[in-house]
Design a binder for this molecule. Sequence first.
Ligand code: FAD
Ligand code: FES
Length: 588
Amino acid sequence: MATLIAVNVGLPKDVAWRGKRVRTGVWKHTVSGPRMARRLNIDGDGQGDLDGHGGEQRAVLVYQSESYRFWERELGRDDLRPGHFGENFTVDGLADDEVCIGDRYRIGGALFEVTQPRVTCYRVGLRLGEPQMAALLVSRRRPGFYFRVIEEGEVEAGQEIVKVSSGPEGMTVAEIDGVLYLPGRTREQVERALRIPALSPGWQGSMRALLEAEGATAGPGNAGLTVAATAPPPAWQGFRPLTITRVQPESRSVFSLSLADADGAPLPAALPGQFLTVKVQPDGGVPPLIRSYSLSGEPGAGTYRISVKQEPHGAASGLLRARARVGDTLDAAAPRGTFYLADGAGPVVLLSAGVGVTPVLAMLHALARAGSARQVWWLHGARNGTEHPFAAECRRLLDGLPHARIRVYYSRPTSADRAGTDYTDAGRLSPERISGLGLPTDADVYLCGPVGFMAGVTDALVDAGLRRSRVHTEVFGAGASLTPGVTSAVPARAPHQPAGAAGTGPPVSFARSGLTVPWNDDHGSLLELAEACDVPVRWSCRTGVCHTCELALMSGAVDYSPDPVEPPAEGDILICCARPSEAVVLDL
Ligand SMILES: Cc1cc2nc3c(=O)[nH]c(=O)nc-3n(C[C@H](O)[C@H](O)[C@H](O)COP(=O)(O)OP(=O)(O)OC[C@H]3O[C@@H](n4cnc5c(N)ncnc54)[C@H](O)[C@@H]3O)c2cc1C
Ligand code: FES
């Protein structure tokens, strides 16, 4: 007979962690007497970060006394008490390898349903003073699980837990946790998981991604945890010299460089929308500048074209403009990126502002080359005709598509610009204008431009009925950070060298942030070094399970400690558990 041993609750509070403040509800205390279990929470309970925790599907976290005994032995601890694993219900019985997703249990006056295993998050490790805990819970197959509250009612320690019905497919919590996080999953397991209606929507999305990604059940990388795993592996390792075969002005400030293999062999095809990372060498023996540029030419042409906007005072763009000549070489890492045109037959919106046109132009080339019958909306914002690169090229490509619609917005047209010919609308391509366009709501949108522009446009697209998940964006710089629960009001600083004595280890280049830093063993991982430099980062478990920190390694090699639970996609690394073993260039 399974029994509810303890009911534990706790409201979110701020705790100090690594010089920061974290808001978390992982500190729970045991309460006596009856408590109401409600749709979102047990009375007196709360979560600090509702993006990662809480909600209807994760209302009650359950952990087993048997697992407490296991961890006491494993961690050599005798101080573990109910609630220490952040759980609301400490239970006798209900082992992770017996309880199945969709099982229903009655406890006291309430009815519960099992929805998913525990979220892999660093906060359980923070609570226990065991930083590796998130990974250990997965690798030892003792995650614990969440209940959804089907019927609200009172619960109390000591009550019997009565199984009311079994979930379909008989898939245990331990099994499904392994399907998502551990290597060796089979397609059949993923399909079974998807047949369980009680599985939370978040986990269903991960399972669908696993199923859709070709080879996801076999090769390295985990499409259930990151889109990075869906891109093909890079075509070559590190940097290789490419020859500049053409330098072409495209507008007042944008110029293109065509690049070819030194021996004339065709270069590997990139996906339409991917980018190339190049090294630009300034004078004076200083480290090279590393910058990324979206490929703007026709994918599969055997050569590459990048198009660079000369920024005022921009170091690399200025050097390229001043120096790049036909016959010179440019060191380039293989094309990468997850912003690429997906196959499909539905409508597609290619939306850009300024030099953000480059990746969507490659997509337009791909559609034109395929003679696509898709409905294609080309929406572009420029200042005027002098700052409108690729105008004739786009027009030619769009003219060849049977279902193309074009809107070009000039924010400040000059007297030389012809309305109806050079541009369709005077004024900015603003969110307000997007709403009135009548865009098809089933379209896939590919959006590139300044960060603020993309945020406003995305909201306008969603307001106009398009799905947020189908609005794909490319950022020409450091991406947004994801630091769950961290609330410290750190002033937003531009990336910088870390405080303290300079390291003596191999150089670490953060390509998007334009920063190179010598490695210092004082930092436990590349993630910690990035944090010390205020380079924007994304993470959740910090111990090699969740793949939130996965990113492209353009060159170099790393050692892991601990080893990732499942390896990242080929050409990627998990920075939370990696240290450089030689000079590295990261897409960060
Ligand atoms: C995936 C990806 C794709 C990209 N694709 C493209 C592309 O297709 N085309 C393109 O042009 N760029 C693209 N970029 C951006 C590109 O990588 C560079 O960031 C850009 O060229 C600026 O580099 P820079 O060295 O010239 O400028 P930096 O020297 O790095 O300067 C960055 C910014 O600071 C400003 N700045 C620098 N010094 C000063 C100063 N003293 N005073 C005031 N302001 C200053 C510059 O104007 C510039 O805007 C892409 C970036 C990424 C990550
Ligand atoms: S943060 Fe989870 S794998 Fe790195």
